[in-house]
Design a binder for this molecule. Structure first.
Ligand code: GDP
Length: 436
């Protein structure tokens, strides 16, 4: 129907591998950044004496970030390919900014792993425990369920577009990616230069590259990704992001993205967690009214026959015969962010699951997981500190609509917050206490 399906693409990799440059370049080449805007960025970059940063600046939002010359937020930009509306989750590679990389990774359908091909830099990205962000990021996105990955072997201009260098990187990193659980058939390798615009949105023009590489460019590789699973055959799941109630009309409108199934005008829906049944009056998609919406669509739905007080953000519209799970005790696999205060049994947190937010307490720390292998390295540790990965149990003050991550990614990813910042991210591995 002319609407492209959305593909959330995380861009990860070691600091300075060229993530921002690559994203900025693609956006510019596809006309997503106006000449005027680009000119402004270039001028600003020159004034600050960082001319080469011009493209990466196009991804940055705030002046503060520009001062530092480093991307801090998960810059969200998008472009349309032949097949997808690609939403770029650019994520900075700097060590301190791992949290942003992660929030991008939890939303990603696929990822571009950018590596710097130049001698010494690729090796640094693969380096020891502390600096090997190429490895760390690859492990993280895999642990958040991302299966498809495009490896952008960047800065090929610095190695004279050498096939030997590309093959070496492919061999080394390929071995590691397989050990993380990526299937060989789900990994695509592309030699490119973001700076010199080789193999980005068109096949390489530089003969040093085109003489030995006849594969696709980055944009075509994106189009060859498997579209994210839009499960229309499963029963309806529509997490409510926002609610507008009109008291005078006695109507309630909700908006959100359909995760599973389809929704028809005039049909009955179950509103959870209240359990009320409502009738769908109208459905709006892209500001147009329609009679049916399907998984993947962002919609606004007006409901009738329901008390506005019973519909809230964090709730879910579902099929009357297939209510979503509602629970107040969850087992989570989490990764602790760069926190100062360790997480203990008894720690008070705020849990965020899709659009729901609830006070919660950590009731158990079941096991500590090895970062490399994901296997249990210790049972029942007393505390969790920065960058540790663990299986924990949390008890929520109130029940929320939730599913295990393997059942529904959107309802199965969680963020833990305390005193205004995110302290851990994770996925729901088990729903422990069902509300009847
Ligand atoms: P990020 O930290 O991964 O976002 O990396 P940036 O995009 O900020 O790039 C880091 C540095 O590498 C900048 O100075 C870029 O100009 C440079 N760079 C990026 N891509 C290329 C490339 O293809 N070739 C060369 N020679 N330099 C590049």
């Amino acid at each position: 129907e002319g609407t492209l399906s959305q593909l959330n693409l995380a861009v990860v990799g070691h600091v300075d591998s060229g993530k921002s440059t690559l994203c900025g370049r693609i956006l510019q080449l596809l006309g997503r950044i106006s000449k005027k805007q680009m000119h402004k960025y270039e001028k600003e970059a020159k004034e600050k004496g960082k001319g080469s940063f011009a493209y990466s600046w196009a991804m940055d939002e705030s002046a503060e970030e520009r001062e530092r010359g480093i991307t801090m937020t998960v810059a969200v930009a998008y472009f349309d390919s032949k097949i997808f509306r690609v939403v770029l989750l650019d994520s900075p590679g700097h060590k301190d900014f791992v949290p942003n990389m992660i929030s991008g990774a939890t939303q990603a359908d696929a990822a571009i792993l950018v590596v710097d091909a130049s001698v010494g830099s690729f090796e640094a990205g693969m380096g020891g425990h502390n600096v090997g962000q190429t490895k760390e990021h690859a492990q993280l996105i895999r642990s958040f369920g991302v299966e498809q990955i495009i490896v952008a072997v960047n800065k090929m201009d610095l190695v004279d577009f050498s096939k030997e260098r590309f093959d070496f990187i492919k061999l080394q990193l390929g071995h590691f990616l397989r050990s993380c659980g990526f299937k060989e058939s789900s990994v695509v390798w592309i030699p490119l230069s973001a700076m010199e615009n080789q193999n980005l949105v068109a096949t390489a023009s530089d003969v040093r590259l085109s003489s030995w590489y006849q594969g696709c460019c980055l944009l075509d590789a994106i189009d060859s990704l498997k579209p994210p699973h839009r499960d229309v055959s499963k029963p309806l799941i529509l997490p409510i992001c926002d609610v507008v109630a009109s008291h005078s009309l006695g109507q309630v409108a909700v908006c959100g993205k359909l995760e599973f199934g389809a929704l028809r005008a005039s049909s009955k829906v179950l509103v959870m967690p209240s359990g009320d049944i409502a009738t769908v009056r109208t459905i709006e998609r892209d500001y147009c009214s329609c009679s049916i919406a399907k998984a993947g669509d962002n919609v606004a739905v007006s409901l009738q026959g329901i008390d506005g007080g019973h519909v809230m953000p964090g709730g879910v519209l579902c099929h009357p015969d297939f209510p979503v799970t509602v629970a107040s005790s969850l087992e989570l696999k989490v990764l602790v962010l760069d926190v100062v205060t360790p997480i203990l049994v008894g720690s008070q947190v705020e849990i965020h699951i899709h659009h729901a937010k609830e006070a919660a307490r950590v009731t158990k720390i079941l096991s500590l997981l090895d970062q490399k292998t994901g296997k249990v390295s210790r049972n029942a540790p007393r505390i969790l500190t920065a960058r540790q990965s663990a299986i924990i149990v949390v008890a929520l003050d109130g029940a929320v609509c939730v599913e295990e991550f393997s059942v529904c990614r959107a309802l199965g990813r969680a963020f833990l917050r305390a005193s205004g910042s995110t302290i851990a991210v994770g996925i729901v591995t088990r729903v422990l206490e069902l509300e009847s």
